[in-house]
Write a protein that binds this ligand. Sequence first.
Ligand code: PHE
Length: 330
Amino acid sequence: MKEWYDAIKQAQSVDKLEEIRISVFGKKGVLADEFARMKSAPDDQKALIAKELNTHKNVLTNEFTARKITLQTLELQAHMKAEAIDVSMYSTKSQAGALHPVMETMDKIVEYFSSMNFAVKTGNMVEDDFNNFEALNLPKYHPARDMQDTFYFKDEMLLRTHTSPVQIRTMMTTKPPIRMIAPGAVFRRDYDITHTPMFHQVEGLLVDKEGQVSFANLKFILEDFLKYMFGDVKVRFRPSFFPFTEPSAEVDISCVFCAGEGCRVCSKTGWLEVLGCGIVDPNVFEAVKYRNVSGYAFGLGVERFAMLIHHIGDLRSLFEGDIKLLEQFQ
Ligand code: PHE
């Protein structure tokens, strides 16, 4: 019997202990054997042998139970140690986030103009009629207001329809000269594959002494900027109209999809419109009480730039939060 006491004490795992249990207490185990052998012992010794065997059986059972608890505890501890999670540990598997293509494009635009010494200004998304329209030479009831479908609040407040009011706010609070850009969200009542109710613009304004700022200056910086953004593209200026600039122009680049050959995206023209600009209208300077100055201004849609850079077909997809789409721009 002694060997079984030792075996129980020395068992190193719950599995091993289970094997021992079967060998000792099982139907064909040593105890069963001993009890069977007892039957053939002389009658006067049977009671004694039975007593002895029962004692062994009880003590072995106790030893077995005690060892089992010890081994189970040890195994549980080892298991917990192996599965422990160190939440502070650096994981190489973690996914890196990435900038949204619109923000990445915005950053690149801001980077260009910052390098050209333009200060970055922000205004208010909730604007008043004066800053968003009146001061920009868009009088009440003027049909030019139809160019921008506006979300109105009461008391002549509205969601800004463009970043141009930041020009006004800056000129109202700062003396010339001015060299600024205004990146930010703007809002219009529009929704189709090239329009969303919220999108982003970057406005630019440069003001200096009268006669110091020419259309040539404007043309130079915009051409340089567009080549920085799109690489080797052709740039052309087309006469246009904005109430706050005179003369005004829209700026096209040669189509980035077909290199000017003519395709579906550029409606077979070979050109894509990317910017509005012009020489600041004297009525705007009048509204902010600037005298003897000249300036240029421009405005662009950031989503349009992002779509052209990344070849995205539907503007709305930028705002659907679709991870599969966004992951492509990491
Ligand atoms: N504010 C104009 C728009 O939203 C863009 C623009 C800005 C045009 C400045 C000319 C000068 O369409």
